[in-house]
Write a protein that binds this ligand. Sequence first.
Ligand code: OFO
Length: 170
Amino acid sequence: MLPERLEKAIIDQIKAEEESSRLYLSMASWCEVNGFAGAAQFLFEHATEERMHALKLLSYVNDRGGHANLLALEEPRAEFDSLHQVFEQVLEHEILVTSLINMLVEIAMEEKDFTTLNFLQWFVTEQIEEESLARSIIDKFNLAAGEKGGLFHIDKELAAMAAAEAASPE
Ligand code: OFO
């Protein structure tokens, strides 16, 4: 059985992952209506990944004899000033999620639940990858600043990254 405190914390994390998914869906929608088809594709893909993270946590709680009941979700932000700002928000959000995962790890350690600690390792690694990916995209904006057609090229690169992600989802 999962310790009650840990079960509650994982249920909160399911909510956070669902909210991540909806935030990226909302960003994808903004990109789509603003002519950034590649970025939209990338963010739709990312939204699906976050939903898979929520499902992974949900299954874990239930497999350990708990009950992953779902919580009410916040309305995601819908408007952005620029594509660059969208990806700055992605990074900011991933940094927040990393801190939430670290808090979960801390609770699992305090509860001496080694099975959960082992399970959470996947999320720890995933957050390193996601933060690094968001940083690399922001670097592209900084490099392309002022360059003619810079946004067009970034959007094309994001489409290629989305296709690669779709081919090896996590
Ligand atoms: Fe769920 O991986 Fe990012 O947030």
